[in-house]
Each structure stands twice: as C-alpha cells, then as structure tokens.
Unconditional design. Sequence first.
Length: 482
Amino acid sequence: MELEEETIFTVMDLCKFGVKQEIQAQYGYGERVRKERSQISFHCKYPKCPAHFNVAILDQNKYKLIKIVEEHDHSAPNDKSQYSSVFYRKYLEHYFQTDDNQRAIAQLNAFKDLEIPLTGPSIPEMYAQKPRAIKRFAERIHALQTRYSPDDVVSLQIFVQTVQEESPDDLIAFEVSDNNMCFYYAPFEGKAYAHSIKTFHIDSTYKLLRSNIPLYAFTGKIKDFHIFPFLYFFCQPDTYQNIQVCVCAYLRWVTIEPEYISMDCAPQIAQAIEESIPQAQILWCGVHVLRAILRKSNKFSSQEKFEQFYNLMKDLVFKLDAEHEEEANAAYDQVLELLDTDPTASQYFNRQWRYNISRWIARDRREGAATNNIAEAHFRTLKHDYFPDRKNLRIDDVIIEIYTKVIPSFVIKLKIDQNPADDRVIRIMEKATNAEIDVKRQRKIESISMFNRLLNAVSDDSIDPTKIYPTLKVLLQRTHFI
C-alpha cells in the first residue's frame, strides 16, 4: 500500500492503529526494533504471513508511519498460541504510568480507548486478560517507575550507594569491573546473633536472578526456632574466588570464625569455604550426598551391588555417628571390601567420597548439622512468600525487595519475640520505608531537572507551547493547582 500522506502517531494513536490491524487479521502482531533503534517493525505473527507495518521513531511520544503491507496469508499450518497483544500491553503501560489507581476498570478503558469491539460473538483472546494478569502488569509498571535506572547494574549501584550513606551500620557493597560482578549485603541487626551460631548454612538458587546468576544466602538458626539470613550475595561468574570475596568480607565485618559450615556438594562453594575459613569443618548435606549417589548407579557392575553400597552409605551418613564409632568403622570397611571387586565403582568412590570423608560421614560430624535444610527452608520462604511465580528478575529488583521487605520482616519477628518495646524495633520498621523515600528524592531531582529544561524550551521558542499546554493543564488540575 502506497502512503498518500504523512501519518504521525502518538503512543495512543499507534496502539489504536495496531489494534485495528490485529482485529482485521484476527491475529496478533509482533515487534522488532530496526536500524540502530530508529525504526520499529510490527509484523503479523502468523507463520509466513507477509503483513506488517513500519514506523520511524521521531521522539519519545511520536512516530511516523513509513510502510504498510495489509495483505495477510494465513494458509500455512499453525500450532502457536496467542498471547496478549503488544499494542494492548503498550496501552496498559501508558495507562498505569498516568493513573495506577484505576486497575479495576483498566480493561474496560482499554476496550473503549482502543476501539476494541464488544459486540462480536467473542472477545479475541489477546485482549481478554484476567484480573490477576492486570494486577501483575500494574505492579510491574510501578516497579519500572521506581527504579533508579533502566540498566539494572547502574540502578543497583545507585541503590547500594544510597544505603551506604543512609545505613552505614549495614555491610553492603557492589563491585563491578569488566565482566565481573560481586554483591554482598549483611544487615547490622544480625551481627550480634551471628556469634551464637554453631553451624552456618550456605545455599543458592538459580531461579530468581536473570541470566542464571545464583543468589546465595548465608543462614543460621537462632534459639532453635528462628532461621535468619545473615548474608546475601551473588557473583558473576560463579567462581570460588568470587564466592570467597563475599564470604571473607562478611567474616571480617562480623569478626567470627565459624565452627561448622553446612552446604550441598557444589565444588566451588566447598573450595571457597576451605580457602577462606580453613579452621571451619565443611559439612556436606546428607540428603544431597545420597541424591548424588542415586544418580551414579550406572557405575556399578550390578544393581545388587549398588543397593548394598547405597544402604551402607545411608547408615554412614545419618545413623552411625561418633557414639557408634566401631560400627561406623566396620560399615566403612564393608564399603571398601564391596568396591574391591568393582573397579569403576571404586574409582568413582575414591574421586567423589573417599578423600572428602570428613565432610559427609556422621562419625566425624560431632555437633554439626546433618543436613542443609535450614538454608533450603529459607529459600522456600523467600520464593513462595516474597517472589511467588517470579523468575529471572532484574538484580536491582530482587536486592531492593530483600532490603526493604525481606530483612525487615525477619528482624521484626525476631525482635518482637524478644522485646517488643525495644527502640531498635522501631528503627527496623522505619528502615523498611527508606528505599521508597530514596526513590522519591531521586524522582524529585529528576522532575525539577525536566521542568527546568521544559521552561527553557518554552522561553526560547524551541518548543510549541500548544503541544504541551493540554498535558500541563490536566496535570495541574489533578494536583489541584488550578
């Protein structure tokens, strides 16, 4: 189709035009940024369909239509599912940025403003969003508006600097250089309690942070009922040297030498702890040890031998502790005797378990924990209570939520059980609002800067005042300045 005249779109015009194309096609469109981010191509997502239109980006809220192909071909086989419309999402983003208190009628307003027909036999699936989806979208837009920067690394750097200035008692740092990142955060409220912990637990999850970055937690149990996260950290790449940097920074700050460190069987964690805390006894979680063994049944010449080996190892890991030393020694001798006639299994045992015997055998565990359940329980709480159904998140989103919501809730529970009238409880509760105050302060600075630029542009006639007058009038009316 030849364009007879120049067509200029605002964001809302673009959304309305795109929805019109989708309704005509009865199928959703996709979005691709082209030519060094100066153009956007919207194309019908039906396989092999040639229909598309391109717009040039003139400024943040202005687009020029430069090409359109309206002929659709939906003859190819198609097994794809349709998701929400890209134009519908753009509309909701704009809608919640201007008024996030109208979530209940967001979909109704979208249908009205985008001229989506309500009289047909059914509403297209890509426009029929459930209330929960609308709610999550609104929350996401709110999170975007309160970030310090579109770049999560820059945003986290700003946040860390703010915390260092506002809460100097906390241990927090974010070190970035070339392709290396190390972040660690320890709340000052846990510093005194750390000295009473006999066994610290360390674990990680790869599901919360984007790009498969592992989030680690250094946890312990206070008075047999409170699991407390003494340290959070992440590093990229996930090497023992980077883990060592974070753990050593915490130990220097808290001035303790842990007696026991419980963990899974990850080699980089064990090496980091071994080199940074040589006096601590590393304890491999018994459950993880047995899980690892179950995955290696193919190393044994027969299933019968593997079952004998597994049952002996289960007793050595959990049952035969220091009080049953003779039985433990006898069971270990049986393991070696069993492996003598099975070279492949013997090689596996020597490499994985024999030279690390003090880390997993109950006989040498003394007062240390048999499993890493404390750290795993903490991550279950973190993922289910604070980040439900959320994965691959920006690093700043996760850390800010940990600082403003997770840690204060753990501390308040601990403090209220001990002394509800303690002044420090009030301090902790106030701390939960610090990040929001910091965001407002940053937004104030940015808003003043933008208003000054706007004032200068109107004063020197570099911008047409009639274009900004309606927006300013609505803004001032909403804030009751008119």
